[in-house]
Design a protein. Structure first.
Length: 326
């Protein structure tokens, strides 16, 4: 028998969870008939939700003993949620997918067929359109992938999703990368292995609203660039050289002006020079500061997440309460 762990990070998904559960059960029941060697567990990660997500998980755990969950003490972010899911998944195969049904469970049988064949270690989806997204957000997303692939040695496929069906070997390799500042899209590519990309059209959320704002995605993109590229440090050097070159031009212009017209442009030239040098210096210092901050956070060795409750603790507490009532 082979166990398939389905890891589902959740943040404020009380509306989506019942819809997702019904759909995933329908798909996995069909897979169990086609592939009788498969058994399933459903591991939900409650990332400090502020709505009734945890209550919904309690209900699912009461209905289905295969349902597991880990509830964080606060919101640690989706990266921490995925790491917690991979770390606690028991399966021979592990799937990571969202609860909003933008990652269609109907893809799972085909994903399993690719991985089961032994030809691939991972099957994942790749969006071939960004229908439903704003043009500005789509433009920035495409530019991010282009820039990332140019300045990093780790190739990230444009449109590749976190929706992945992986072997245990690949999951264990990902868990060996236990850095605090995580960028899973880069980690998935960095560990290598053979990956099958399955194209699909963008799908709208089944319910609720996304927690990803434009600013949040922008910060996430910076995390990815700094996690897998040192190019910004080289940019700082180039800015410094450019600063020196422009400063030289300022001095030449000031000397020519004074010699040709008898003017005294020293004050203006000096002001422009100070502004230029100051701006370049602040830019370079900011880049260096970001890398130093990442290093500082890594040296703290803080936990990637803190669990406040699991399905085991919930069931034990409920069982104890039932015995007391008797």
């Amino acid at each position: 028998m082979k166990l398939l762990s389905i890891v589902v990070p959740c943040y404020n998904e009380e509306e989506s969870l019942p819809l997702f559960y019904d759909e995933i059960i329908k798909v996995t029941n069909g897979m169990a008939e086609t592939y009788p060697e498969l058994t399933f567990e459903y591991l939900f990660i409650n990332d400090g939700s502020k709505d009734k997500t945890l209550e919904k998980l309690h209900e699912l755990a009461d209905r289905d003993e295969r349902v597991r969950f880990i509830s964080f003490s606060r919101n640690f972010g989706k990266e921490s949620g995925m790491y917690a899911g991979l770390k606690n998944a028991k399966g021979d195969f592990v799937v990571v997918m969202d609860a909003d049904l933008q990652h269609p469970p109907a893809f799972l049988p085909e994903m399993y067929s690719y991985v089961r064949s032994g030809e691939y270690d991972c099957a994942t989806t790749r969006r071939i359109s960004r229908e439903g997204e704003s043009k500005v957000r789509s433009w920035f997303a495409m530019k991010f992938y282009k820039i990332m692939n140019k300045i990093s040695q780790t190739e990230i496929v444009d449109g590749a999703q976190d929706f992945r069906f992986m072997t245990r070997q690949m999951v264990d390799s990902i868990l060996e990368m236990s850095e605090y500042n995580r960028f899973s899209k880069g980690i998935f590519s960095w560990v290598g292995f053979k990956v099958k990309y399955m194209p699909y059209e963008n799908i709208e959320r089944a319910a609720g609203t996304t927690s990803w704002s434009f600013w949040g995605l922008f910060r996430y993109s910076l995390e990815g660039i700094m996690a897998f590229s040192t190019a910004p440090l080289a940019i700082a050097i180039l800015l410094g050289l450019l600063c020196c070159f422009v400063s030289l031009i300022f001095f030449i212009c000031a000397i020519v002006s004074a010699a040709s017209y008898g003017d005294n442009p020293a004050a203006l030239a000096l002001t422009g020079l100070i502004l230029l040098v100051g701006g370049m210096d602040m830019c370079c210092t900011g880049i260096l500061g970001q890398y130093l901050a990442k290093t500082y956070m890594e040296t703290k060795k803080r936990p990637i997440y803190i669990a406040s409750e699991t399905e085991v603790e919930y069931r034990e507490r409920k069982s104890a309460a039932g015995k007391e009532s008797e």
